[in-house]
Design a protein around this ligand. Structure first.
Ligand code: HEM
Length: 589
């Protein structure tokens, strides 16, 4: 028996062999002491090394603690004394670093308390944060003012780059600060929404067949009746990533999960490495970053490996077609083509090289995939965890089925636009679950600082924002704020009633349609104003296609309780390990 053989060999190694016993002498016994046995030496060496390592680790932690504490104290002293803090007890020992730590692990409580104590009385307060230093939280009456400020005064990108430590976690300032991605999203992607829904549906169907099928050897899909347990976030990441990339990089690469998952891992790496880097002073960051961003380089490297040859080929094909219009090749209608076409008009290497174009697609994935997946995950969990979940699902299904029939089984742009109930359920989920600490976060760029509408002066370099969480749960803007009311926004439209919008007391009563993509001073998941997310139309279209297909073709068992989100600093993290029971519906729409 191999196991017994192994044991006996091991014992032989430990117990002296018969030949060594025969050569045993009393003189050797007299010279034997435990301290000169080789085992003792090995043990001593191991123990000392461990002790030394622990000591070094302790010293490093102590050093880190002192450095972080000094850094946070310095940042905190820059705040004008008359402004109230929430989450910082100035009399406490090591007040600043303890406050920043609270900002990391207990931000929901801080923002809710700050909103109740100060924002409701139209006052500014300061919230400690791990990634942004002390943050000036403005009351909702200043939201519209904040959203309209030009970048020369309050800068959006400075804030994002600083929070996510872009210099180290992403690099390439010449690419990140360039306008090409924003321009192409607005000019090509958003205008073309709907035209590619046929292709996007191919990916939705293909992805779900692969993920939810219980038939191991075919693409035929799960048969009604057979339940399968799958990860919610994982399934949606793969589906959202595949669908979005169909438009970004085309049919072949979009379903390559090595590529798609590297993109989502890269987004996570940026977050994790930025949290680490925020502990260190500026002079240490380059050295720390080298280690902290190893995963970032690995995952962006995987994406680049696929993207560069594809883009090189696309440039060659497009050039050849330009030179010879009779050549039988049709330009694919995707982001790569739009980007290469745009690059032909530009002059710098940073806008034309294969490398820089490929890295733009990496960044596009960073902006698009995880954000959309989080919204889709929250919507799914909220819909299937609601106390009246079966009724909500039935109503959503009825709408999706009716609209699809009206459009001859094709999800055209007009058809997707008619999914008012689904749109409302996603928007409502984003109101209650998509909460983060702040929205419209901006860094003061003006050399002389900025004076807020109430006369408060804020120094250059400080971060200002509004409390998304506070606003989304304010009775002034929403009735029954703590309820997930799936049809809150579609009901008035369906009932042909006018929705009354109390717009922060600035205007009396206006009538609006509150769709998912409509940002407002009291709906902030996509931010609001001049920098409101340009990709939101694409994201909303894709999430609705995915959920409509899920509703019509699959059944999900309702959750007993809503798997909870977790807040880390300003980010609301969805329960990435939550699973669902899913099966194919027998009756197809
Ligand atoms: C549900 C999904 C999404 C959410 C919740 C979301 C949210 C946001 C937010 C909060 C901002 C910051 C705006 C500000 O600073 O005021 C933003 C910016 C941005 N988003 Fe999105 N986003 C989503 C999807 C997408 C997609 C699909 C794309 C690309 C196709 C995209 C591209 C961008 C870009 C380029 C910016 C920078 C805009 C600027 O600085 O002016 N986003 N997004």
């Amino acid at each position: 028996m191999p196991v017994l053989d192994n044991i006996s060999t091991s014992l032989h190694n430990l117990v002296p062999s018969s030949s060594s016993i025969s050569s045993f002498s009393f003189s050797s016994l007299s010279s034997y002491t435990p301290s000169n046995s080789p085992y003792f030496l090995i043990l001593t060496l191991t123990f000392s090394s461990l002790l030394l390592l622990s000591l070094l680790l302790l010293l490093l932690l102590l050093f880190l603690f002192i450095v972080s504490s000094t850094k946070s104290s310095k940042e905190h002293t820059s705040v004008p004394e008359h402004l109230p803090w929430v989450g910082r007890e100035s009399t406490q020992f090591l007040a600043s670093i303890r406050a920043n730590y609270r900002g990391l692990v207990d931000s929901v409580r801080i923002y809710r308390e700050g909103y109740r104590k100060h924002s409701k009385s139209n006052q500014i307060y300061i919230a400690p944060t791990w990634t942004k230093g002390p943050q000036y939280i403005l009351p909702p009456s200043m939201t519209s003012w904040l959203a309209a400020q030009p970048d020369a005064i309050l800068n959006a990108k400075d804030c994002t780059f600083d929070t996510a430590q872009f210099t180290w976690t992403v690099g390439h300032p010449e690419i990140t600060s360039n306008d090409m991605i924003d321009l192409l999203i607005k000019r090509e992607l958003t205008r073309g929404i709907g035209a590619m829904n046929g292709e996007l549906m191919e990916e939705v169907e293909g992805s779900m067949e692969g993920l939810f099928s219980t038939n191991s050897n075919s693409n035929a899909g799960a048969e009604g009746g057979e339940w399968k347990q799958v990860g919610v976030f994982d399934s949606l990441t793969k589906t959202v990533g595949r669908v979005a990339n169909r438009v970004f990089v085309g049919k072949e690469l979009c379903s390559n999960m090595d590529f798609v998952m590297a993109g989502t891992h890269f987004a996570r790496d940026i977050s994790v490495s930025s949290y680490i880097l925020h502990m260190f002073p500026k002079f240490m960051k380059p050295a720390v970053a080298w280690f902290a961003t190893i995963p970032n380089r690995r995952h962006s490297g995987i994406m680049m490996k696929y993207l560069q040859p594809l883009i090189k080929q696309r440039i060659e094909d497009m050039n050849r077609k330009k030179a010879d219009p009779s050549w039988h090749w049709e330009e694919p209608n995707d982001f790569l083509t739009w980007m290469v076409r745009e690059s032909f008009k530009r002059n710098t290497e940073d806008e034309r090289s294969v490398y820089s174009l490929a890295y733009r697609v990496v960044l596009l994935n960073f902006a698009a995939i995880t954000t959309s997946t989080i919204m889709a995950t929250n919507a799914l969990l909220d819909i299937w965890s609601a106390k009246d979940s079966p009724a909500i699902v039935e109503s959503l299904r009825e709408e999706a089925s009716r609209v699809l029939k009206e459009h001859n089984g094709v999800w055209t742009k007009a058809a997707v636009a008619k999914l008012h109930r689904l749109d409302s359920a996603i928007r409502e989920s984003s109101r209650v679950s998509g909460v983060g600490g702040t929205s419209i976060a901006r860094k003061v760029r003006a050399d002389n600082g900025v004076t807020l509408p109430d006369g408060t002066w804020v120094p250059k370099g400080a971060i200002v924002g509004v409390s998304m969480d506070g606003i989304h749960f304010d009775e002034k803007f929403y009735e029954k704020v703590n309820e997930f009311d799936a049809f809150r926004f579609s009901r008035p439209r369906e009932e042909q009633q006018q929705l009354v919008d109390v717009s922060l007391g600035e205007k009396p009563r206006v009538t609006v349609h509150e769709d998912l993509v409509n940002t407002s001073p009291h709906f902030l998941p996509f931010s609001h104003g001049i920098h409101a997310c340009p990709g939101r139309f694409f994201a909303a279209n894709n999430i609705k296609l995915i959920l409509a297909h899920l509703l019509l073709n699959y059944e999900i068992q309702p959750f007993e309780t809503r798997p909870p989100n977790m807040s880390i600093g300003d980010i609301s993290v969805v329960p990435v390990k939550a699973t669902m029971m899913i099966r194919k519906r027998e009756v197809k729409a």
